[in-house]
Write a protein that binds this ligand. Structure first.
Ligand code: MG
Length: 383
């Protein structure tokens, strides 16, 4: 039977590539939603003919409505709209690729409605991992990771006994500033930080890749997705982004997933699982690369990474606090309010500023989120 999906964050890098995958493999699109890119969203609506189109930024609703006035597509807005789209009866799978922890409530809504999840919104698992995973278990819904590293781990687990897994090896490209000293990072610019050597992505994740916060978020995400303890996750810097991650079993056999650095492969695997169909990316030529390298990450220089790992070791609200502090700090960096190294300083300071608190429900997540954002805004204003 033909599969039908809803795409949250359809105008972003993962969203647009997901729609391409839908086109190639004849997957139906029930709904699309974006933050505020009206023009692209309207174009996508005409091309993919979804039943629903959602816009998160409510101020853009009239503009979108006008753009699509000659169609009979249903237009929804705000968080309510995202949640409506996440629970449509006509969709089988919700692909969530929104940026930031805005994605948490739509994720929980999709789970509640019994939808399969293709998850690219890593912040929701970071901020609400315990909550999301327990809801998934309760509702017995399937979760397919879209992030390339987690897709790689998921692929390496197929056909093996989960109980015999000893650890996972999470690879990191190292970002544009790998090898730089802390002093050298003082002078890096926004333009340099926005230029990633291997992957073409949105601004938030590109900055997270430069600070290595992205790997910290993925570390936490891996913990929840694969039910690991932090000591079972090793981060290895692999500059070529060809080995997307690996797993080690009790016999010390290490199984890795390799491919060209193109998100269409993990997107397609999440949507077509367990099928493997030809992907428009083309094949990997190992001899073109010649050499693959592996190094230890520099956690002392890239403070965000150390802070994220410490946060998940402490547990409770700490992962949510570092994530929200990071979202605020990256926003401030992108609007030229703070320097590159201040992102790491702000994110790691959260570990000292906040005491332990538990996350038992969605409101606990939102409280921690608000507290971290207020703290960061005040800290920036005080300088
Ligand atoms: Mg990744």
């Amino acid at each position: 039977m033909k599969k039908t999906i809803s795409v949250l964050g359809s105008t972003g890098s993962i969203g647009t590539q997901s729609l391409e995958v839908c086109e190639v493999h004849d997957i139906g699109v029930a709904a699309i939603a974006a933050h505020s890119s009206v023009k692209l969203l309207a174009e996508q609506a005409r091309r993919f003919r979804p039943d629903y189109v959602g816009i998160y930024n409510e101020e853009k609703y009239p503009e979108l409505k006008a753009e699509l006035a000659d169609t009979n597509v249903k237009i929804v807005c705000g968080m309510e709209g995202l949640c409506e789209i996440a629970s449509l009866p006509q969709c089988d799978t919700v692909l969530n690729s929104v940026v930031g922890m805005v994605g948490l409530l739509p994720t929980l809504t999709a789970i509640d409605a019994g939808k399969e999840l293709a998850l690219a919104n890593k912040e929701t698992l970071v901020a609400g991992g315990e909550l999301v995973m327990s809801e998934i278990a309760k509702k017995d819904v399937k979760l397919y990771p879209v992030d390339s590293e987690h897709s790689a781990i998921f692929q390496c687990l197929q056909g093996n006994k989960r109980s015999q897994l000893s650890k996972v090896i999470l690879t990191a490209s190292g970002g544009p500033f790998f090898g730089k000293s802390y002093d050298e990072l003082r002078s890096v610019t926004k333009e340099q930080a926005l230029h990633h050597p291997n992957w073409d992505m949105g601004n938030k994740i590109t900055i997270d890749s430069a600070t290595l916060m992205n790997k910290g978020l993925e570390f936490i995400e891996a913990k929840w997705l694969f039910d690991l303890v932090p000591d079972q996750i090793e981060i290895v810097v692999h500059r070529q982004s060809v080995v997307h991650s690996a797993v080690e079993y009790n016999d010390y056999s290490v199984i890795a997933q390799l491919g060209v650095p193109d998100m269409k492969i993990p997107i397609q695997y999440a949507l077509l699982y367990p099928d493997r169909m030809e992907c428009p990316t083309g094949r990997l030529s190992l001899t073109d690369y010649g050499k693959l390298t592996f190094e230890k990450p520099d956690i002392a220089t890239f403070k965000c990474l150390g802070a994220a790992i410490e946060a998940i070791k402490r547990g409770g609200a700490y992962p949510c606090l570092v994530n929200s502090a990071n979202e605020e700090a990256v926003r401030a960096f992108l609007s030229d309010e703070i320097s590159f190294i201040e992102i790491g300083e702000i994110v790691s300071s959260v570990l000292d500023k906040f005491g332990t608190s538990e996350i038992n429900c969605y409101d606990d997540v939102m409280k921690a989120d608000t507290a971290a954002r207020e703290y960061v805004r005040a800290a920036i204003a005080e300088r």
